[in-house]
Design a protein around this ligand. Sequence first.
Ligand code: 4HQ
Length: 262
Amino acid sequence: MKFVTLTIFPELLQSFWDNGIMRRATAEGIIAPQAINIRDFAAGRHRTTDDRPYGGGCGMVMKPEPLAAAIREAQKAAPNAPTILLSPQGRRFDQQMAKTLSRYTGLILVCGRYEGIDERIGERFVDFEISVGDFVLTGGELPAMVLMDAVTRLLPGALGNEDSAGQDSFEDRRLDYGHYTRPPEFEGRKVPDVLLTGHHEDIAKWRRADALMRTLARRPDLLRQTPLDEEDTALLEEWRREIEKLIRSQGGGGPGPSPGGG
Ligand code: 4HQ
């Protein structure tokens, strides 16, 4: 996977590529990251990449000519790669999108600064506009790193352990289960007993239930996106019986006015 990143701050990306999984994936030829400095394509003694907005208002806009030249250079370096603009106006990035993007042989990532880039660049050069979330950053570099990170770990061989990406949170629209390591007791808090038994089937069951419980409590929207399978439905029904029992034992939940209500 070739990553060509267009930015006026190439050093921001370098430390990201020089460490951890990104570094190893580069060494193993799984990814080939490259930064193109948009300023190298800017004209004049000052190599200006921004200008004042037509129509007035505050902030600056990235000039189209240097961006167009930089994108054309990127297209030479990664011939079949789609050009992606990182912007809050884009489609929200998620695991499914990371998976889709991981099937390309290259990606061209355009990182804007200031108020954004001249609209005509989007119209002529951009295939996808992607946002990493509903908040405003000072530039597209962090979003580009988020995207590259999520895509890289999906590429075969990138995590070492071939299976680890398949077991991820979100793979089946669930949050991850709780993780524990030694010691078995930390500041009075114990690791769930089942995890110490070595009984793989029970452990798998516990993890599945823990993932479902955490998703239900923290992100019920994820559960509504996909139909529940038989196992999850059975677990939820079991919990419902438990919850109803608990409510009844407290003398609540039945018809009639609730105690102390009003
Ligand atoms: N940006 N997701 C670039 C973002 C952003 C986001 C702010 C990108 C400013 C110029 N990008 N511009 N959120 O906040 O992708």
